[in-house]
Design a protein around this ligand. Structure first.
Ligand code: NAD
Ligand code: K
Ligand code: MN
Length: 348
């Protein structure tokens, strides 16, 4: 590659404050990566409020036809129903078939080289479950009745399972936990559980995952154990909604949602995205933690094979956290977003 074309979709709220920091961090890598070219793209609730469209076709077309990868910030999706609005991030994941949401949650050990207390990856199915958003409301005999469809397919469960095994295989502990609630939802979660557990015996797998140990846990007790003994987890694979909740919960263990990165990955495209939302409570104050976005840029680069650049970003972020002098208020500091970015840039 001569250059790396990166679509930037800051979207709403603090997305607009943190995506520029990820851009600056990538630019600081110099010749460790192909020359980055950034393409600014529109999406989000604010765009919808002005133009009636949350995800312009142009954004999707440019991502599909011109970009090598992308970085997404966060959207402000209202909790009330807004006619004509639908979350652009949920739509993007589906339209680009980014079927895996990979969310590493790692604490920073006091000294370099020491083992961190929390070192796990949530692998979240990213295209179905309740996020197919097929809901309806009827007036029944006793008043309103709302229903939602929860879609679990063998195909999606198999490919997310394969992705989770690949990730586990590549980590030192090689341990995979399947998260489900098959004791109640024996049909939907039952299919997810059986399909993921069946991955090692698929014909094209051979013995490739022989070294991976597999466990399973009901989602509610998984949250409990996550808080009691996070060190038992290595890779956790879960249907969409459970994975969403588990990764926010795991973020609490490492101090802030503002530290946890993710990638949305498919077979042909990757989009980095901090796990957090648009944080309306702090938006506009320049105090959003930029580290989740910078780590998301690192994950995206690593996924594309640029591990040297990714390592430099991760190392710089870890050092800033370990030193603990220049941190945003979510981590108990007083620094602004830009000051934390400067600390990172100095170390890259
Ligand atoms: P949130 O993640 O936006 O915020 C939760 C809490 O964490 C808030 O107190 C916030 O201030 C804090 N926080 C989050 N990121 C931070 C950062 N980088 N630095 C410092 N503090 C940070 O979740 P929410 O409040 O439940 O949702 C707000 C909006 O975000 C909603 O409209 C929701 O729909 C949207 N959302 C979008 C995405 C996405 O874009 N993928 C994900 C989650 C929520
Ligand atoms: K986000
Ligand atoms: Mn979430």
């Amino acid at each position: 590659r001569q250059s790396l074309k990166i679509g930037l979709i800051p979207a709403d709220g603090i997305g607009k404050e943190v995506i520029p920091t990820a851009k600056a961090a990538i630019e600081a890598l110099g010749s460790d990566i192909p020359k980055p070219e950034f393409i600014d793209l529109l999406a989000g609730f604010e765009h919808f409020a002005k133009n009636g469209i949350a995800l312009p076709d142009e954004t999707v077309n440019i991502l599909k036809n011109e970009c090598d990868c992308a970085l997404f910030g966060s959207v402000s999706s209202p909790s009330r129903k807004v006619v004509g609005y639908s979350s652009p991030i949920v739509a993007l994941r589906k339209q680009l078939d980014l079927y895996a949401n990979i969310r590493p949650v790692t604490s920073v050990a006091a000294n370099p080289g020491e083992k961190p207390n929390v070192d796990l990856v949530v692998v979240r199915e990213n295209t179905e479950c309740l996020y197919v958003k097929q809901e309806n409301l009827i007036i029944g005999e006793h008043g309103k009745e709302a229903r939602a469809t929860r879609l679990i397919t063998e195909r999606a469960s198999r490919r997310i399972g394969q992705m989770a095994f690949e990730i586990a295989q590549a980590r030192p502990r090689k341990h995979l936990t399947v998260i489900h609630k098959s004791n109640v939802l024996s049909v939907t979660d039952g299919l997810f559980r059986e399909t993921v557990r069946g991955v090692p015996s698929l014909p094209d797998v051979g013995g490739r995952f022989d070294g991976v140990t597999i466990a399973e846990q009901l989602v509610d007790s998984a949250v409990y154990r996550l808080f009691r003994e996070p060190q038992i987890y290595d890779v956790m694979v879960a249907p969409n909604l459970y994975g969403d909740i588990l990764s926010d919960a795991a973020a609490a263990l490492v101090g802030s949602l503002g530290l946890v990165p993710s990638i949305n990955a498919g077979d042909n495209f990757v989009m980095g995205e901090p796990v957090h939302g648009s944080a309306p409570d702090i938006a506009g104050q320049s105090i959003a933690n930029p580290l989740a976005s910078i780590r998301s840029a690192a994950l995206m680069l690593r996924h594309l094979g640029y591990s040297k650049g990714a390592d430099r970003l991760d190392k710089a972020v870890d050092e800033v956290i370990r030193e603990g002098k220049v941190l945003t208020p979510d981590l108990g500091g007083k620094a602004k977003t830009g000051e934390v970015l400067d600390e990172v840039l100095r170390r890259i």
